[in-house]
Design a protein around this ligand. Structure first.
Ligand SMILES: Nc1nc2c(ncn2[C@@H]2O[C@H](COP(=O)(O)OP(=O)(O)O)[C@@H](O)[C@H]2O)c(=O)[nH]1
Ligand SMILES: [Mg+2]
Length: 357
């Protein structure tokens, strides 16, 4: 044993749950390369993949392990081949998106995170509609979103941009930073504590890996060089990766996502202002079209609500495929599908024990 998993965020909740699986070892997923995972246990890092039974039972990508997951593996001795992942422990939070090119399949971006840093640069990438999209996903994940505005050194009109951001970021902390002058690093560090996991999300090129390297105190992650910046389609970070920070805390870097379609989201929290206005409409089922007494149209007409923001709200609403289902309900659904309830789960464990002595 040479690794203290507390440094990787292990806490009592996961330790407790792990005791349900005797004969298996607890580990955290630190990297994912398609079907192959890198996991870390008390005995060090090892490669792992899911068992055939596991793959057979899961019928949605959401059910597969992802970076940040706590999993139960069958071996820690590398000399006997890759470890087999048999179970995922209950996720405390799940950041998910719609899998690219699918209609109704989710994909986990990161699991068991405490804080999501939504990164956007204050130059080319700046787009408040995108912040709304990220917030909708983040608020549903059970982790706390924080907006990180990068490259403040390249910003032309900071007060104007901050105004725009504050019109969509109610209840969310906003940090302005720059790796050129170190602005904002103290504010970022304030979120990083022993055993806490932070995920960085945002478009490619906004400076996520640069920021993480700063926090690590060394250039561990590849970042784009100036010359490579011309090469538009290129992603320097190609897979999700979990790293331990020198002063405690764990970070997950993610590659930029070309499309971030919503799989499940929380519009009520992201658009609290609109829902508050809508509550004053004359009709409870007002569609905010041409009905009389529509408070939303009135707010748009008198300038209290931006039409663009309302359109964005409606667009995201249409996009939400699992409307009405929150993360916990989805998680329960998944367990029922996988194990057909508690009895089946017990049965499986018994069979597994017999087979593996
Ligand atoms: N001017 C300026 N450039 C930055 C800043 N942060 C990152 N960059 C540059 O932006 C490019 C993309 O950074 P990278 O960390 O690879 O972005 P990622 O794709 O989000 O991980 C690199 O050339 C960085 O040097 C910043 O605060 N100011
Ligand atoms: Mg990167």
């Amino acid at each position: 044993m040479n690794i203290n998993l507390k440094d990787y965020g292990l806490n009592e909740r996961f330790e407790q749950e792990a005791t349900l699986y005797s004969g298996l070892f607890i580990a955290r997923v630190t990297e994912q390369h398609r079907d192959l995972y890198k996991v870390v246990s008390e005995y060090g890092e090892t490669q792992a993949s899911v068992s055939g039974k596991f793959a057979y039972c899961v019928n949605d990508q959401i059910g597969f392990p992802a970076v940040g997951d706590w999993v139960m593996i069958d071996r820690v001795d590398k000399s006997t081949g890759n470890a087999v992942i048999h179970n995922i422990l209950h996720r405390k939070s799940v950041l998910a998106r719609q899998a690219a090119g699918t209609e109704n399949a989710g994909q986990v971006i990161a699991a068991n995170i405490d804080t999501i840093f939504i990164c956007m640069s204050l130059n080319a990438d700046f787009n408040i509609r995108r912040i709304e999209r990220y917030l909708t996903i983040a608020w549903d994940s059970m982790a706390t979103p924080v907006i990180v505005l990068t490259k403040s050194d390249l910003c032309v009109d900071l007060p104007q941009m901050m105004d725009e951001v504050s019109s969509v970021s109610m209840g969310v902390d906003v940090i302005v930073c720059s790796c050129e002058n170190g602005d904002g690093y103290d504010a970022i560090n304030a979120y990083i504590g022993q055993g806490k996991t932070i995920a960085f999300v945002g478009s490619s090129g906004v400076g996520k890996s640069t920021l993480i390297n700063r926090l690590m105190g060394q250039d561990l992650l590849a970042t784009k060089t100036i010359r490579e910046d011309d090469d538009k389609g290129r992603h320097t970070t190609t897979y999700r990766q979990l790293l331990c920070l020198p002063n405690g805390g764990i970070v997950i870097d993610t590659p930029g996502m070309r499309e971030l379609q919503i799989y499940k989201g929380n519009l009520s929290k992201t658009f609290e202002d609109i829902e508050e206005i809508a509550a004053r409409c004359k009709f409870g089922d007002c569609s905010h079209g041409t009905e009389p007494g529509c408070a939303v149209r009135e707010a748009i007409n008198n300038g209290a609500l931006s039409e663009k923001r309302f359109e964005s709200y409606q667009k995201l609403q249409r996009e939400m495929s699992y409307a009405g289902l929150n993360s916990r309900q989805l998680e329960n659904e998944k367990i029922n599908r996988m194990f057909g309830g508690k009895n089946e789960m017990k049965q499986l464990k018994k069979q597994f024990k017999e087979k593996n002595g």
